[in-house]
Design a protein around this ligand. Structure first.
Ligand SMILES: [Zn+2]
Length: 593
């Protein structure tokens, strides 16, 4: 018999076997029981949470000759067996991710006219429906507007905001949740036992954590580990397939960092690198462990605000390193530098470089925004109070204005007990400042001053210049769009889209998260033709040849034309810390090259 992946073999075949998603199952079972079956369902939710499985069960259930308990398909009748084998004329599965064209939907519209051959319903399951083109959506909409009595559509998507409102409004929507840790662990043990795999509790815990609520991923990991190690799966096997390291080693790293022992942590990094592990994964794991430390301390009866403060900063430092490591050919060096800095922050209360400060401030501001949102307008308590490391009172708004980030009530710095300003040796060269500006996006250098500086990294300069040009000509672009592509102009302005960032190849246009018009605007602009036209517009008005990508963003959209830009200008830095050119290069104390 051919090998069947665990997740296929153990795919639920009745409603009773579905793990999690009780709210979906109960509603569907009730509908089946009362005969009030909808013509169109939309299943939304993260990958691997059972959307396709439930769609398949439902398609069999409505056609089953003798449904069993709870309206589940019997699995024995001709209809059930044909559908299961993929041989039924009555159930059609379309993967919109690979069939984006209008042909498939046209074919669907032809097929749907005919009565089902053996069952009661002609069912169309369209997976990843958000990938359909605009034309295909329009064709689908016509069918959804007046479906024949025997038609049933089950649309599944991981990105419901990309499905046009006109389609959404005609479907009964179900939101699938990530599967809970306990439920997933129980299911993993059940599958392991049924497949003759022995898996220990530690391994189950690791899989559950890594799968992040996706059952398919979890079973995939179990499958892979079992294929690697035979029928005995332990913690080591899971670490090996995930590229992660033992808990004890992570504990030692975190302990070393907290104690400011850079040398010991560097040894551990060497050990991990020697095992051929992915250091990016390692950096991420260190950081999530540090985050847990921070949360523990914040929950303590008497939180040590100084220590929490330092933890916040080294987390910001490591998060930035992890980000940079993705694109670097020297991830180890980046991690080592970050670790040495982090250890210094912990041991000396080191104020860090300007780069650190901006990175940390940005990270802390978004974190505080989260906290403020969570408090529902209550006063921010003292451990989380806003504190700008190394800044002088009255000056921090030169860097980035907390007010612009939506925190107006938080104090901009402590009156007393401010850490010392960074010593002069710590100030980075101007290149690093621009580098931060280009990668953080909250701070945008004026294009002109970037070009004036010799000796810049050309890639960095280029990206900042490109972005600045697009940003400054955005309104001109909208103006042109109104004349040539009014449809695009309307949705960009109504949807409050704004240029968020660019990597030099792609321009990311952001729309406000949970904006009333966001799903519609994104849904319409997303299709190939509109994206292409948008890219053409930017090319002709801004003289930049970029692909276009649309995202939802938590950030506040800028106020509109003529807005004041947030930026770090070299003069501001000099006003605070003196001229950067006069300073010696920064040294990495305790860091062995
Ligand atoms: Zn049946």
């Amino acid at each position: 018999m051919a090998y069947l992946a665990l997740y296929r073999e153990w795919r639920p075949r009745t409603f009773g076997e579905v793990v999690g998603q009780e709210h979906v199952v109960r509603t569907l079972v009730n509908a089946l029981g009362s005969g009030r079956i909808s013509h169109a369902y939309l299943f939304c939710g993260p990958r691997g949470t059972g959307k396709t499985s439930i769609a398949k069960i439902l398609s069999r259930a409505v056609n089953c000759a003798s449904p069993v308990e709870k309206g589940s398909p019997c699995g024995q009748c001709d209809s059930c067996r044909d559908i299961e084998a993929g041989a039924s004329m009555d159930v059609t599965e379309i993967d919109a991710a690979s069939n984006r064209g209008i042909d498939e939907v046209r074919d669907l519209r032809e097929k749907i006219k005919f009565a089902p051959s053996s069952g009661r319903y002609r069912v169309f399951i369209i997976d990843e429906v958000h990938m359909l083109t605009n034309e295909a959506f329009n064709a689908l909409l016509k069918t959804l507007e007046e479906p024949p009595g025997h038609a049933m559509f089950i649309l599944a998507t991981t990105e419901p905001h990309r499905v046009p409102l006109t389609i959404l409004s005609r479907c009964q929507r179900f939101d699938f949740h990530r599967i809970g840790d306990d439920e997933m662990a129980a299911r993993l043990r059940e599958v392991a036992e049924g497949s003759g795999i022995t898996v220990d509790d530690g391994a189950v815990r690791l899989i559950v954590r890594a799968a992040e609520g996706g059952m398919r991923d979890a079973l995939g990991m179990l499958d892979q580990a079992a294929a690697y190690s035979g029928s005995l799966v332990g913690v080591e096997e899971i670490h090996r397939i995930l590229g992660t390291v033992r808990e004890e080693l992570l504990d030692a790293v975190v302990k070393g960092l907290m104690a400011g022992l850079a040398g010991e942590v560097l040894d551990l990094i060497g050990e991990v690198a020697g095992q051929g592990k992915d250091l990016r994964v390692f950096a991420r794991d260190i950081n999530s462990r540090l985050r847990r430390e921070m949360l523990d301390r914040m929950g303590a009866p008497r939180p040590e605000s100084e220590e929490i403060d330092r933890l916040c900063r080294i987390i910001g430092r490591l998060a930035a390193a992890e980000q940079e490591m993705r694109w670097s050919t020297q991830p180890r060096i980046l991690l080592e530098v970050a670790v040495v800095r982090a250890a210094r922050i912990m041991s000396l209360g080191d104020s860090g470089t300007v780069e650190d400060m901006i990175g940390e401030m940005t990270a802390r501001i978004s974190e505080l925004e989260g906290l403020v949102a969570g408090l529902g307008g209550k006063q921010v308590s003292s451990p989380a109070a806003f504190n700008v490391p190394g800044a002088r009172p009255g000056k921090p708004e030169k860097y980035i204005s907390p007010g612009e980030q939506g925190i107006s009530s938080a104090p901009a710095g402590r009156k007393a007990g401010l850490p010392n300003p960074p010593d002069k040796g710590e100030i980075a060269d101007p290149g690093i400042i621009y580098n931060v500006a280009a990668s953080k996006k909250e701070v945008r250098p004026p294009a002109q001053s970037v070009e004036e500086r010799p000796g810049q990294n050309p890639g960095v300069k280029n990206i900042a210049t490109i972005f600045s040009r697009i940003d400054s000509r955005w309104n001109d672009m909208l103006e042109t769009a109104r004349k040539v592509y009014p449809n695009i102009a309307t949705h960009l302005t109504q949807g409050k889209g704004w240029p968020l960032e660019t990597d030099g190849k792609t321009l990311t246009i952001a729309f406000p998260k949970s904006g009333a018009y966001t799903p519609l605007a994104m849904g319409i602009l997303q299709n190939e033709i509109n994206i292409k036209e948008l890219s053409d517009l930017i090319k002709s008005v801004c003289q930049e040849d970029l692909r276009v990508r649309l995202v939802e963003s938590d950030k506040k959209p800028p106020a509109g034309a003529g807005r004041k830009k947030r930026s770090v200008h070299p003069d501001d830095v000099e006003a605070l810390f003196g001229k950067a050119e006069d300073l010696p290069e920064e040294d990495f104390e305790g860091f062995d090259h």
